[in-house]
Design a binder for this molecule. Sequence first.
Ligand code: NAD
Length: 503
Amino acid sequence: MNPTQTSATDPQGSLAARTVALLGRVPDGLLIDGVWRPAEGDRTFTVSDPATGLPLVRIADASPRDALDALASADRAFPAWARVAPRERAELLRAAFEELQRRRDEFALLMTLEMGKPLQESFGEVAYGGEFLRWFSEEAVRIQGRYGITPEGTGRVVVSQHPVGPCYLITPWNFPLAMATRKIAPALAAGCTVVVKPASLTPLTTSLFAQVLLDVGVPAGVVNVVPSTKSGPVSAAILDDPRVRKLSFTGSTPVGRDLLARAAPGVLRTSMELGGNAPFLVFADADLDAAVAGALTAKFRNIGQACTAANRFFVHASLVEEFTARVTEAVAAFETGAGTQPGVTIGPLIDSRAVAKSEELVADAVARGATVRTGGHAVEGPGSFFEATVLADVPADAALMREEIFGPVLAITTFESEDEAVRLANDTEYGLVSYVYTRDLARAQRMIERLATGMMGLNVGVVSNAAAPFGGWKESGLGREGGPEGIREYLQTKYTLTPDPFA
Ligand code: NAD
């Protein structure tokens, strides 16, 4: 909604007043050397609310030269930050975790305003995103090496871990807080400094979070933020500069592939969290109640705009009709509207291009023989809404079986045998996550071994957890975020050989 309007459910205009006050607190500059400053030439761009299409605020639009200033700041701050005691780094991250929880109302509202997800999901993201700060505050003090004797006994092997250096972090728009904390927290815990480029569609949450880091005492230059509409030139400037030592990117596979090529000349460490095309398998022995509940979460969380969103539902032929009827009944009852309004489960998609994409994918599937059980259409504006949709009898050649849907469209097809299910599930260049519903333990174990994905939800519809290694196989990415693995992405190993001290 327009921040200056009131609504039927908010007759006193308290939401409008809170919105105006909140937007007034979001830093509107670039964060470089611990100071918010304007972009070169005072350039700015507009951030809009996808629920209304109306502008929220204008913020600084970094140029390639600004990006190099940010990198210079990260480079200057690096030696001192790398020497800060791990316990001190840990306590700063822990303080940021506490502060984020204290200000959860503000962060949740800001995410809903700039990205569109329903407010209760934004609260969920504050909790999830915050956990990376808590987890990596605990990991910062557990960076360990080893000491050993060579097999010949003539030397001693010392293995130590060191921060990789200034890092460039690029985040997508779909989880504005969690995608930032999932990178910034392990980088800082490891002793690295960072330049963050948030998605230009949703930069506000990152800026407000960076201010929290300054407020709790993270030193100037350790975290730099460069919102920009010129992602390509800004990224090229940084990646071509020898001062940057690591690139961590979350976004689409095509952009990730380009960035890997950009990172090659400098032989940068890279972490890539890319696209997905998750299969959701419901076997004949599944607990159908659990499978239906899991399907709704795995598909419609974040309005279907998650890399982990279930993209293809393969349901055993014996259950497919009942499964389809039950998900259709639930989906038909979903309420679509602005994420700030109570009771809404389906907020707007990020922009009108996303709506057009859902429309095209549904039309293509229907033209090839799929049937629409509920939904199927864009909702007239203002705002970029698409109805929550269930498609049945989706044929294998439908475009949405190969492409990420990234919208609220649940596409169901069927299978007869376990071998067929596995073949269909693995028939994609992506390998981020799979979901399996079965009560047969041996089958579940076979799925762990046979499904070619970096993550698997076994009788659960969401896998994300700060303590677990999030990441994909095949063209879904490189490296892991979260878990003990997450901090290793920001550390490099040194092996030192010493002589036999007794020789
Ligand atoms: P995107 O690739 O368009 O953009 C991601 C980020 O890269 C944004 O900050 C964008 O501004 C920037 N960018 C775009 N073009 C660039 C270029 N040429 N050079 C440098 N930076 C560039 O992706 P998106 O639409 O923001 O996000 C959706 C995609 O992200 C989906 O494919 C989704 O699966 C993926 N994703 C993956 C994960 C994961 O953990 N695997 C998590 C969330 C989203």
